[in-house]
Structures are given as structure tokens and as C-alpha cells.
Design a protein around this ligand. Sequence first.
Ligand code: DGL
Length: 266
Amino acid sequence: MTRPPKILVFDSGLGGLTVFAEVIKLRPGADYVYCADDAGFPYGDWKEPELVERVVQVMEKLIAEHAPDMVVIACNTASTIVLPFLRVHWPQIPFVGTVPAIKPAAERSRSHLISVLGTPGTVKRDYTQNLIAQFAAHCRVTLVGSAALARLAEAQMHGQGVCDEDIAAEIAPCFKQENGARTDAVVLACTHYPLLVEDFRRLAPWPVDWIDPAPAIARRVDQLLRERGFEEAFAGTGQARAVFTSGARPDAQLRATLSRYGLVAG
Ligand code: DGL
């Protein structure tokens, strides 16, 4: 290819930045549009059919406007239900999803007590149950659906104070002790959560492996781009902008946050 690829990275909010940050490391020369469906945030509470309709609708506009070569659904809550529909609607576009990293957690755990920390939507999904049956049958898996953590991560990204007690209360159910063994791996099954991982480490009752699939997703993006003829030959020349479905103009604080990720609003 004689041009850089255009990659659309999509989430309900700012959580997908944790995936975007890894993708841009491997592909600094690509053009990026980061879209936060802030008008629909949080996705964690949406019913499945409504969420499918919502994401397909938003994607229709985004694809018409930006004509991406690849779409990264940087959201577990959406990926675990919407991906098959997107692939049917746009068979010519590769969609890369973000799903709970249950396989690596089960492989790494020595105690075989693992937890999956996600939105209420993600932990309820058949998709998540199937991953557990396929890859973690030898483990005791605790599913923890947090209604509050994605909002707390958004608040922190908007420069608002987040209190330790609120975070500690959300992660506490992940920590189990059984017959002398204790949880040693927690899957970060929502892209917002790596934004808070330093707080999780500080507030955890004991150290665990916090498993973030973002680097693996970035490698998958890179591999698929190569398969489509996009070799990395455009180092450092790409454009990256962030758009918000609410149409709200980001305030100075949010613009500063976006610029730390190399993104310009608009
Ligand atoms: N970042 C999203 C995820 O990975 C969800 C946050 C939300 O909208 O509830 O699941």
C-alpha cells in the first residue's frame, strides 16, 4: 500500500484509549479516528438487542464519514455481543474486538482462583461463559460485574477526584480465599479499568496479576494490517483525532487528557 491505513477505534467512552495507546505504539504512522459514544455511555447497563442496534447505528455513520480500513471495538461490553452483527453488515472491513482475557488468566494462575472484573453486561454474556468453559474449566472463576467502575474511570480522566473507598469497594469481591488458596489473577474485562490499575494495585488486599489484553489486541491489529498489505512504512506521520457522539466540545481538561494520548479533538 502506498498510503497509511485509517483505523477507527471505538468505545462507549474513554476506556478504549487503553487499547488505542497500545495500537499506536505498534503503528505510529497510521491515521486514527477515536470515537467515544459518550451519548450512549455507559454500555454496561444496556439490554443486548438495544445495544446491538445502537452500535450498528453509530457505526453506520462513522463508516460513511471516515471510510476506515479497520475498526477496533475497544469495548468488551460491545464486542461480546455486537461483533457478529458488524461483520455481517460490513464483510469487507476487518473488525478487531476486545473480549475478556480469560485464557491467559487461566494459564498464568497458580492457585486456579481467578476473577473476571467487567461491566454487568459483560459478565452476564453467554460469550463470557463460553470462554470460561473453553479455557478455564480447571479454575474457580468469580465473575464481578461492577456498575460503578467505568464511571469512576471517566471521572478521573475528566480530572475529577475519585475516592479510594469507592474503588476499593468495587474490586473487593474479586479477592477470594478457599482452602488456603487465594485469587492470584484478575481479568480487566472492561477497557476502562486499566486506566485505574495503579489504584487497583495500591488498594488490593494482596498482590494479583491484573490482566490487560490491550498489548495482544494491538499485535492482532498489526498482523491483520500486514495481511492486508499495510506494512509499517509511514513512521510518525499519522493523524489522530477524537470524536464524541454527543457532539459536546471537550473542555480544556479533557483536551489535555486526549493530547497526552496524541489525539486532537474534532
Ligand atoms: N469500556 C467498556 C468495556 O470495555 C464499557 C464501559 C461502559 O460503557 O459501561 O466494556
